[in-house]
Design a protein around this ligand. Structure first.
Ligand code: FMN
Ligand code: SF4
Length: 458
């Protein structure tokens, strides 16, 4: 057994183990309530969560608005109703035990409005808000008004320092902890900065020591650091527990809890997860958010990676040219043979990208890309794929056919059984499902069984 002392987190004594919030609809009121009922901390995703009709069926998120602004309002209403619904389920399932946290993405569309309205509607069900994907400067101010704790997700001491100096120092009372998410290894969006090399992972220990030093310099010596990213067996993290250089810690699990009885996608995702080998999760920059992210290299991801290879530079004048929407575009003539090869293989349609290139796709892909861009419902504050921007209406850039609609893809990954043609976020340790004897014979544990197992150290 691992010796983990109970800790006061979000004002209750709990096991210092957290469910990593996973959107869309992977971590839900059901999963969150189960983590809380086990005396730990559950986290449901408040990102476009599901709500239900009077018969308990999921309400499909269908958009009727003709303009982006109209669809954006619909998305906000779905998101608020979904967040409140999941919070209530989590409270009911928790039996009053543990803690209930909600995860939101700072760069999701209308984050501040959605967060505020969910807290207005379900404040009594939610003890903490966990927020990453961006720099959530206003997070503390919003949650403090409701007496709810807040947990920024950072991937470096520098990011936390900027957040604290600029805003959190004014609302320290409800700062519940700091989530350190390994930007090279964690599932979902990753907080790699431009200064960090995606191919050169750094030692988490040294980065955690730096974070603790920074926190101590702000007198946050007793505030827990929640370690996330590649945590599988706690026996591998014993050096981090009760270590004065790192101070109080808790552990967040994102990928492991995908396989629990309470997780809605567990059965559909299980064969894919159990088939993974080391290296089958890729860190890419394909997300329309512009952030790095880690996902399973399934058909969808490998198609997008292959698409990147079919780009040709636009030049002023050349013997090689194509027409895009009736406009003649000159291309780097050295790519002539490649273009011929791609066209023969069916990639006959050139599309402009924001990188001063054109990319060759199939006619069907081209139709799908244009239709997805047209149907944008503004789920992000700014989107590379559709050029939507909530401040100005458009980013001013060319919509990027190298990216994709993450809203559509994540909704489908959660609500259909298609694990090949949708985005499956996962951490880089996901290959361990196949190696860990706990999952032998396709065993899917309950959340309580998973937590009991985690406490054994392996
Ligand atoms: C399928 C999936 C979806 C995720 N979605 C989110 C999300 O919506 N918001 C967020 O802050 N983190 C998200 N994460 C990150 C997790 O909360 C967690 O921090 C991370 O997975 C930890 O690393 P691990 O995957 O190695 O356990 C997601 C992770 C996965 C695997
Ligand atoms: S196009 Fe971009 S902003 Fe619009 S719904 Fe899709 S991912 Fe969200």
């Amino acid at each position: 057994m691992i010796k983990l002392d109970l800790q006061r987190i979000s004002n209750a004594l709990v096991l210092p183990l957290l469910e990593g919030g996973k959107g869309i609809s992977i971590s839900t009121g059901e999963t969150c309530g189960a983590w809380a009922a086990a005396g730990a901390i559950g986290t449901f995703s408040g990102v476009n969560a599901d709500s239900y009709d009077e018969n308990g069926n999921i309400i499909p998120q269908i958009y009727h608005g003709k303009t982006r602004q109209e669809r954006r309002r619909e998305l906000i209403e779905y998101a608020v109703a979904g967040g409140i619904a999941q919070a209530k389920i989590a409270r009911e399932r928790s039996n009053g035990k543990g803690r209930i946290h909600m995860n939101v993405l700072w760069e999701m569309g209308a984050c501040e409005e959605i967060l505020t309205r969910i807290l207005e509607g379900a404040k009594d069900c939610i003890h903490g808000i966990v927020c990453g994907a961006g720099m959530p400067y206003n997070l503390g101010e919003i949650t403090s008004k409701f007496g709810v704790y807040y947990y920024p997700i950072v991937s470096s001491a520098r990011a936390f320092s900027a957040l604290f100096r600029r805003s959190y120092k004014k609302v320290q009372e409800f700062l519940g902890g700091v989530v350190y998410e390994d930007p090279w290894l964690a599932g979902g969006h990753n907080g790699l900065s431009n200064a960090e090399d995606p191919n050169m992972p750094q030692n988490p220990y040294l980065r955690l020591v730096e974070l603790r030093k920074t926190m101590n310099s702000f007198n946050l010596c007793t505030l827990p650091i929640i370690i996330a990213g590649s945590v599988w067996w706690l026996s591998e993290w014993e050096d981090y527990i009760n270590n004065p250089e790192i101070g109080p810690v808790a552990f967040q699990f994102g990928t492991r809890p995908i396989l629990t009885q309470e997780t809605p996608v567990a059965k559909a995702w299980q064969p894919k997860l159990m088939s993974l080998k080391r290296g089958d999760v890729k860190l890419t920059r394909l997300s329309p958010t512009g952030f790095y992210s880690s996902a399973i290299n399934n058909k969808m991801l490998s198609n997008l990676l292959a698409r990147q290879e079919r780009q040709v530079d636009i030049v002023e004048d050349s013997s090689l040219s194509v027409y895009v929407f009736g406009r003649k575009i000159c291309l780097d003539a050295t790519a002539k043979d490649s273009v011929e090869k791609w066209c023969q293989a069916g990639f006959t349609v050139p599309m402009l990208t924001p990188n001063n290139t054109v990319v060759f796709v199939t006619p069907e892909e081209s139709r799908q890309i244009l239709s997805d861009q047209k149907n944008c419902c503004c789920c992000l504050s700014a989107c590379r794929f559709s050029s939507w921007c909530q401040r100005k209406g458009t980013t001013g850039n060319i919509p990027d056919p190298l990216s994709f609609c993450i809203q559509k893809s994540l909704q489908r990954a959660a609500h259909t059984n298609d694990v090949e043609n949708n985005l499956l976020f996962a951490g880089h340790m996901a290959y361990r499902f196949a190696e860990d004897p706990f999952y032998a014979n396709n065993f899917i544990p309950t959340t309580q069984q998973l937590i009991d197992r985690i406490m054994t150290g392996c």
